[in-house]
Structure formats: structure tokens, C-alpha cells
Design a protein around this ligand. Structure first.
Ligand code: UN1
Length: 448
């Protein structure tokens, strides 16, 4: 049987289980992950090269999702609306979609699968997962853990290995009801039309180009820490990584001095060493892209701090800070590496406008102790992103909220809140329990 047929056939068995029974199996998956947390985290660190604490954080993110989905299994609520007709009931019922196709990136090799799988499964769907070619061992391990928990539902998680072609064939497949993809904006723009052409559903979590604003009233220590983690953490390879920073002119010089010394004190090295804060980049290609951007900035006579390669085996690099007076072209693109562009601002509204001036709209943050500034940032005049944080950097979201962004980021929402609704179809049911057949809107159809 082909992979898709296996997935269709297991979904027919899975969807008839009561949702709380599905939830119980997901709870057991979470328990298995708890007991094998170290092993999975090590595999994440081995393949994605992120520091071990972040590898553990990823596994924790799926465990949290399992807990969330277990609770959700008793809360897949549909509304009941008052009917305008006597002896009628109007209700919405949520039903599974079918097979979910899921494409994930190297940088979150298990957590993003966890967001998708836990929701897809609790909602009664099966999943075909195409992991990044960099992190296939992580995918293999996740499947093995699921199989150990639910051998009779082993096919609920099927894996398609491969590169772009494998993603394209999932997008094309009419039996994939929901195509959920994480990756670059280019990837999303290439795949979404394929899905749309067959009127399939897309759930896209694409590139970010996240900005932060540092206001004069900000707690400087907190801001430096938050900026350092978001810009340099995960070696700048999160879709939520901080890439652009607007600092108020009154505090600019002091803030930059502190930020540079915070960057200087980063421990860069072996991601398995608990003291390390910044591991290597995923590939030589990432390093080359980073260098090309820094070179372009140098050509523009901008000050580039850091960014040098470290002389040891692997692609180790110092996170870079580029100071600029203008919102230069390079700032419009997402380079998946630790480059932070920093600019001075005078007026908060101008800084917000610059923040919103890029095509992507994933994450954003403001550091301020002035509630008028933070409220403006969160208002309709404020950040246009899916994530807007106050006194926290752009990265490191919890699973409880819906995760995703606007504009070229693709508009999808995954993980918490009511994101589960994307994995279900809504049925509106009107039930007549009377003996008459009144028509809606008072329409008359009786013989006269
Ligand atoms: C991603 O980089 O695709 O908010 C996901 C965060 C993580 C998820 C990032 N919880 O940074």
C-alpha cells in the first residue's frame, strides 16, 4: 500500500475513537517523551546543532503539547446557537479533516512536528511528515516513540524522507486535506499555490524578519539580556530570531556598549557542553550567506561588530551587530544566521512604522516601562505581527498561545489557543424536533 493509502486507512479507524480515548494515547506519548527526554534532546543537538538546553526545551515543548492536547480531547467544543424557528436547534460540530501533510524545517526538528501532530491527532486526523533532510534521525526517533506507545496506530505517523520534491508531491496530493508547512517565504510561495489549485487547505508558518524597540524607560539589563538571547541564541536560526533593533537616541550609546559587551561574553562552542550558549551554524552555506550580507554592509561603510569565523572544526561564528542610519535593503530579507541590524530612532511611531515596513510579520517586541508606549505597541496602530511581546525578546514563545504570523509569514496559526480549529472541518447542523416545517427567513412554500 502506498504511504497515502496507509494514512487514509488508519485515519478511518482513528477518527471513530472517542476524542478522549485519542487524548489518552497522546498523554501516553507525552509520558514516553518524558522518560526519553534526554535521548531525544541529544538527537536534536546532534542533528540541528542547537545547544543541549534548547534541545531539551524542544522535547519539553512537545510534552507540553501532549498535555494540552489531552485536555483538549474533552474540549473540542462546538457552539449551540438559538434557532429562529420553533422546536429547532442550531449547532456546530467539529469533525476531523483526514490526512494532514506536515513539512518541517531543520531548526525545530521535533517541536514543530509536535505542534502539528498533537493537534492533528487529537482532532482525529492522521499525519504524513516530511522532516528536513538535516534532521531525519529526529523524525525516525519520534516515530519509534509513537509506535512504542500505540503499535496498533503506528501508521498514524508516517514519514516521507526527501527534499523539495517530497514536499511538492505532498502539496499536490489530493488526499492531503491540510498541508501544514514551516520554512522560508520562498518555499511557501512555491507550495501554497499548488495546494490552492486543488482547493486544499494550507497552514503556513514561513519566514520572520523580527524587530525589537528599546525605549528610554526600558530596564536596560533586562533589555540587553532579552536582545542577546533572541538575536544570538540558537545561532540566529529561529524563525522568531531578532534581526532588527530600533533604539531610542537618548540611550543608544549606552545600550550599544552594553549589548556589545554582552555579545563579547557569549560562550560559543560545543553545543553538548552545558556552558555553551551559541553552537555552530547548520551548514557552510549558511555561513556564506551570512558573510555575503556582512560584506554588503561593509561595502556601504557600515560598522560591523563581530561576525568572524571561529577557528575550530564546524561552522562556528561570532554573532554580528551592524549599525546603520537607514533601513537598508539587507534588512528586508531574512538571513538565517546571527546578524542584528541596529538603528537609532527619535519617535516611537516612526520606529513602529519601520518595524512594520518589511514583508514578513511573525514576531516583534518592545522594551519599555511606560504603559502608554506598550499599549500603543499592542494597539491597532502598533505591531502588525502575529506575536507582539512586551519586555521579552521576539523568540521563545510558550505553547499556550497561537503561534504564527501575518503577511509573507503566511497567516497560519499552530500550537495553542484555538489553533486546533484549523485541523477540523466545521459542520453546521440544524435539527427540527417539532412536527411542522417552518422555513427560515419566514419563506412560505405551502399550497395556497
Ligand atoms: C521556529 O523557529 O520555526 O517561539 C519556531 C519560539 C519557538 C518556536 C520557533 N517556541 O522561538
Amino acid at each position: 500500500m502506498s504511504v497515502i493509502d496507509k494514512s487514509v486507512s488508519i485515519q478511518a479507524k482513528w477518527r471513530v475513537l472517542p476524542a478522549p480515548v485519542r487524548g489518552e494515547l497522546i498523554r501516553q506519548f507525552g509520558e514516553a517523551l518524558r522518560s526519553r527526554k534526554d535521548e531525544v534532546a541529544k538527537q536534536v543537538t546532534l542533528e540541528a546543532k542547537k545547544i543541549i538546553s534548547e534541545g531539551e526545551g524542544e522535547v519539553q515543548e512537545i510534552i507540553d503539547m501532549c498535555d494540552f492536547a489531552t485536555g483538549l480531547s474533552r474540549q473540542l467544543y462546538g457552539l449551540t446557537m438559538p434557532s429562529e424557528r420553533p422546536d429547532h436547534r442550531l449547532q456546530e460540530i467539529w469533525q476531523p479533516l483526514g490526512v494532514v501533510g506536515c513539512v518541517t524545517a531543520f531548526n525545530f526538528p521535533v517541536a514543530v512536528f509536535g505542534w502539528n501532530f498533537c493537534l492533528a491527532a487529537v482532532c482525529g486526523n492522521s499525519i504524513i511528515w516530511k522532516p528536513s533532510p538535516h534532521t531525519e534521525g529526529c523524525a525516525k526517533l519520534m516515530k519509534e516513540i509513537w509506535d512504542s506507545v500505540a503499535p496498533e496506530f503506528s501508521d498514524l505517523v508516517l514519514i516521507e524522507y526527501g527534499g523539495n520534491d517530497a514536499a511538492v508531491s505532498l502539496a499536490k496530493n489530493e488526499k492531503i486535506a491540510l498541508f501544514s508547512a514551516t520554512g522560508s517565504c520562498e518555499m511557501g510561495k512555491a507550495l501554497a499555490p499548488i495546494v490552492a489549485q486543488r482547493l486544499g487547505r494550507n497552514l503556513l508558518e514561513l519566514g520572520g524578519n523580527n524587530a525589537g524597540i528599546i525605549c528610554p524607560s526600558a530596564d536596560m539589563k533586562l533589555a540587553v539580556k532579552g536582545v542577546t538571547f533572541s538575536a544570538a541564541g540558537t545561532t540566529g536560526q529561529r524563525c522568531t530570531s531578532l534581526r532588527r533593533l530600533f533604539v531610542h537616541e537618548d540611550i543608544y550609546d549606552n545600550f550599544l556598549t552594553d549589548l556589545k559587551s554582552s555579545f563579547d561574553s557569549l560562550v560559543i562552542g560545543d553545543p553538548f557542553d552545558r556552558k555553551t550558549q551559541v553552537g555552530p551554524l547548520i551548514s557552510e552555506n549558511s555561513f556564506e550567506q551570512m558573510q555575503a550580507k556582512l560584506e554588503a554592509c561593509k561595502q556601504k561603510s557600515l560598522s560591523v561588530y563581530g561576525g568572524e569565523r571561529i577557528d575550530r572544526e564546524g561552522v562556528f561564528v561570532k554573532p554580528a551587530i551592524v549599525e546603520t542610519n537607514d533601513h537598508i535593503e539587507e534588512m528586508n530579507e531574512e538571513t538565517f544566521a546571527p546578524i542584528l541590524y541596529v538603528m537609532k530612532y527619535t519617535n516611537l511611531k516612526d520606529a513602529i512604522a519601520l518595524q512594520n515596513s518589511v514583508k514578513q510579520g511573525l514576531s516583534s517586541c518592545i522594551f519599555t516601562n511606560d504603559f502608554r508606549e506598550s499599549e500603543l505597541f499592542l494597539s491597532s496602530e502598533g505591531s502588525d505581527c502575529g506575536i507582539a511581546n512586551v519586555n521579552i525578546g521576539t523568540s521563545g514563545a510558550e505553547i499556550g498561545g497561537a503561534f504564527g504570523g501575518e503577511k509573507d509569514t503566511g497567516g497560519g496559526r499552530e500550537s495553542g489557543s484555538d489553533s486546533w480549529k484549523a485541523y477540523m472541518r466545521r459542520v453546521t447542523a440544524t435539527v427540527n424536533f417539532g412536527s411542522e416545517l417552518p422555513l427560515a427567513q419566514g419563506v412560505e412554500f405551502d399550497e395556497k
